[in-house]
Design a protein around this ligand. Structure first.
Ligand code: SOE
Length: 397
């Protein structure tokens, strides 16, 4: 007779927010313990949102056991060990600080906050509560191909890095009549493409290079300064016969360059105006001994040019990152049966549950999130100065 397997301890998860990020985080929590052998079982204890009907529907759809309509009640619950913040950036700091002070572990969606001050408050709360885990959700670090890229760089396969270029392009704002949602307002989103997409590539650049950026030089632009106000929202008076339009108060695109303390250079492009680019995060790292290239729309592949190979045989080699000895792959499918976008969130949940059990702070920490915030603020500051931008004068003849 076989003895029954003892049930694993539960890790009670409470999530605030239930839109796109809430759905994909839910998927991560639901799946992690089904795929990986975790020290505890994430329990989807409660999901929180202000609209009781909508949050109930989300709970049923995404598999949460109960609902709350006030995040303070969620944080006060004894069955919640970890608070997962999936709200717009303007509430990250208040919820994150309160959750840490209430003794909860915290996962916070990126970017960590809307301002440096808010991010500093979160990093300080994490430092005051070192026994609590505090992690920011830069999920793309946990794409197996990018974890592999980091380990190749760490092992010195590229030698000293020379330059790194990263672009993150989407196209959902190309229509000038796309409505003025929260992502287009500074008070709720902090910044535009810069914080939404640029924060991911800044985090990846610093993760891959293994050092923080030392300085930046930037240009930002808002191509469509006014957009239709969604039904039910108002910005003031309505001219009769003309649909109401409101001010876009964030960037539509941000282009910037940066320098690492090691002397390596970096370039970045974040835009939601790139027709045909749906979720196109691409990067290339060029080092002393070789190069790496990655495209999120082909996320099971990493391209490696080994510059130490005789030139007659050299060329970019496509590594299919689906082998059991590749990062995270030991628990998934047989070689060649690739992963997708959602799996990065499963890996994030796995690493977080393991960190809680081990009592070790996982990366990216709130301090790492604060560092990204400092870069975003430096980009905005640089873009606002005329002095960094050298106009080209045209001379006739
Ligand atoms: C924006 O469109 C967005 O949803 C980002 O907010 C996410 O962080 C990114 O993973 C996908 O695109």
């Amino acid at each position: 007779m076989t003895s029954p397997v003892a049930p694993k301890p539960r890790l009670g998860i409470g999530m605030v927010g239930y839109a796109f990020m809430g759905a994909v985080h839910s998927q991560g929590w639901r799946t992690a313990a089904r795929v990986f052998d975790l020290p505890s079982e994430p329990h989807l204890a409660a999901i929180c949102g202000r609209n009781p009907g909508a949050v109930r529907a989300a709970a049923d759809k995404m598999g949460w056991a109960s609902t709350e309509t006030d995040w303070r009640s969620l944080i006060a619950r004894d069955d919640i060990d970890l608070v997962d913040i999936c709200t717009p950036g303007d509430s990250h700091s208040e919820i994150g600080v309160a959750a840490l002070e209430a003794g909860k572990h915290v996962l916070c969606e990126k970017p960590l906050a809307n301002t440096i001050e808010e991010a500093e408050a979160m990093a300080a709360a994490a430092a005051r509560n070192p026994c609590r885990i505090a992690m920011v959700g830069f999920n793309y670090r946990r794409t197996p191909a990018l974890s592999l890229a980091r380990s190749l760089i760490e092992k010195g396969r590229l030698g000293a890095l020379r330059h790194i270029r990263l672009t993150y392009l989407q196209d959902w704002l190309v229509d000038p009549d796309f409505p003025l949602t929260w992502r287009l307002k500074r008070e709720s989103a902090g910044s535009g493409a810069l914080g939404d997409l640029g924060s991911h590539i800044v985090d990846l650049a610093q993760y891959l290079a293994g050092e923080p950026l030392a300085g930046v030089s930037a240009l930002t632009e808002t191509f469509v300064p006014e957009r239709p106000v969604p039904a039910g929202a108002s910005v003031g008076s309505i001219d009769s016969g003309v649909s109401e339009r409101g001010q876009v108060t964030v960037d539509d695109a941000a282009l910037f360059t940066g320098r690492f303390p090691s002397g390596a250079l970096a370039s970045f492009e974040a835009s939601r105006f790139a027709h045909g680019r749906k979720n196109a995060l691409r990067l290339e790292v060029n080092g002393e001994h070789g190069s790496l290239a990655f495209d999120l729309e082909r996320l099971n592949e990493l391209h490696f040019y080994d510059g130490t190979v005789p030139s007659a045989e050299a060329g970019f080699r496509r590594i299919l990152v689906t082998e059991p000895d590749h990062p995270y792959l030991e628990a998934w499918w047989p070689p060649g049966h690739g992963l997708g976008y959602e799996h990065t969130f499963v890996h994030q949940a796995r690493d977080l549950v393991q960190a809680v059990a081990d009592g070790t702070q996982p990366a990216p920490s709130f301090a790492d999130g604060l560092q990204v915030q400092r870069v975003l603020t430096a980009v905005e500051e640089s873009a606002s100065k005329d002095s960094i931008y050298t106009p080209i004068s045209f001379r006739a003849g």
